[in-house]
Design a protein around this ligand. Sequence first.
Ligand SMILES: Nc1ncnc2c1ncn2[C@@H]1O[C@H](COP(=O)(O)OP(=O)(O)OP(=O)(O)O)[C@@H](O)[C@H]1O
Ligand SMILES: [Mg+2]
Length: 242
Amino acid sequence: MKKKNFVVDKETHKQLVHAEKMLALGELGAGIAHEINNPLCCISNYLQLLLMSEEKLDNEMLVCLKSMMNSANRIKEIVNNFLNFVRTVDERKEKSSLNINSILDATASQVETLEHFKNVRIIKKYYPEIPAIKCNRNQIMEAFLNLFNNAKDAMPGGGRLYIKTEPHNNSIRVIIKDTGVGIKGKNIDKIFDPFFTTKRLGEGTGLGLTATYGIILNHSGNIQVESQVGKGTSFIIDLPIN
Ligand SMILES: Nc1ncnc2c1ncn2[C@@H]1O[C@H](COP(=O)(O)OP(=O)(O)OP(=O)(O)O)[C@@H](O)[C@H]1O
Ligand SMILES: [Mg+2]
């Protein structure tokens, strides 16, 4: 039998190594997350029990217990976010032929009325006769939602969010561009890593882009980022037509 030699270019190799790293991290993380859940439930159940007899506790103790409860809830949130991410990578959820412009519209309409988005101007530049792609609507909406939220966070004083679609080779290209703070060079290779965040404690878990990466991977797509500090950031997503 003849052996075939596959020549993989440097960029594809980098992406494959990254994809493998993400899957390995996902598996490891899921194991740890499950292990954390049991003792965590025990801690929060006892805390709840103690807080039920509020009248017997002095003020200082009450403040401490409430703070412990908040922290326990925060751990729960992080663990659940992580398990959600692992599920997105693992599950081969149902896919149907859909119009990406409509999915972008539906996602944009979920955020444009929110208070946080009031200073964000959304500018759509859709390719009109865009071919349908096979995808899972909820997953793709979640991926776009993460990108829209990050763009909003990058523009605390307001700005513009461009959403563009166009055919590109055998794919549909979606470009989500903001006029925000941009990403520092030293961080750009880390943004898709689980738990990488530059946001303050309680404002970000660093899982949004990890989940987005997993979703695009699950659709055999590709996601790239271009950013300039002080000017803004573009996320470029290619989703294959077939
Ligand atoms: N559009 C953007 N502009 C500037 N920085 C960004 C942008 N998108 C992502 N980042 C950077 O990448 C980091 C990771 O993003 P990611 O969405 O994974 O996590 P997060 O937004 O910090 O938290 P989470 O999404 O879990 O609430 C962000 O903390 C931020 O530093
Ligand atoms: Mg985010």
